[in-house]
Write a new protein. Sequence first.
Length: 305
Amino acid sequence: MTGARYAAGAASPGAASAETTDAASAGVASVTAPALRVRGASVEIGGASILEDVSFDAAPGEVVALIGPNGAGKSTLLAVVTGDQATTGGEVEIAGRPLGAWSLKELGRRRAVLLQQNGVFFPFSVREVVEMGRAPWQGTPRDADDDRVVDESLALTETTRFQSRPLPSLSGGERARASLARILAQETGILLLDEPTAALDLRHQEDVLRIARNRARAGDCVVVVLHDLSLAAAYADRIVLIHDGRVVADGAPDAVLTGELLSRVYDLPVEVMRHPVTGTAIILPIRQPSAARVAEPGESSKETP
Ligand code: ADP
Ligand code: MG
């Protein structure tokens, strides 16, 4: 689906000729090149090293979870990939082309970004905000799809019933879903999501990760920053663990999510258990019985009749 999408973009008669040529060559490159490629990226801010020699790839069809403690550098790494954060060294490629070779307009059709601070407090309606996601396709044949794509994105994130309401009037979780709808409407082959589940209830967390998985199944590349490690274990194909500005592990969930490594990186005793049916990792801090609230024998839920 993504291949078809890229091909449609490349063949788009509305595209500028230079862009058509570039997109066509990038289309060839994207068959072999990862969707995202970061090599040896370093970032310094005010003399402090924020990222150091970070390398990381993400391929079409893949959900990659970025995990790591607060301040590890996850958002900074996403900002490097989007070009919002300058590096002091290293290379970034999107679909086989150096980041700097893409115009902003082309990038807007290739990758969508859900920022951690998605506090879009514009006095726009939810529908208007989602329509903004279509901006990169303006003036191309694909802008004929705008209404359908906006409707689908609202439906997928269950924000249709809020569509006429001003965005600031929504709850934090509703607003986060509306912001997700905006970047889904952008119809890019690469999705960069910074803590998209942070404000969401249990069901909507699962919904967001299911949407991400479905997009990957359709050929998109999804990079998602998550704090819930069990959620990462359940939905990611690959997990990249960042600590103090460095990649300390990169691999399949079972390889990265070990009690020893997580306990060290999070500076907290952590245990990894297995779901009895699915076998998926469940990650919990090891809590001392004296600190945790322990149920009394025979204690039952108030809902039990
Ligand atoms: P994460 O997303 O993993 O929680 P960030 O990438 O946001 O971490 O930040 C990594 C580190 O860089 C943090 O210690 C943060 O305080 C620092 N940092 C980020 N931006 C700046 C900035 N503009 N000036 C100084 N420090 C910064
Ligand atoms: Mg962050």
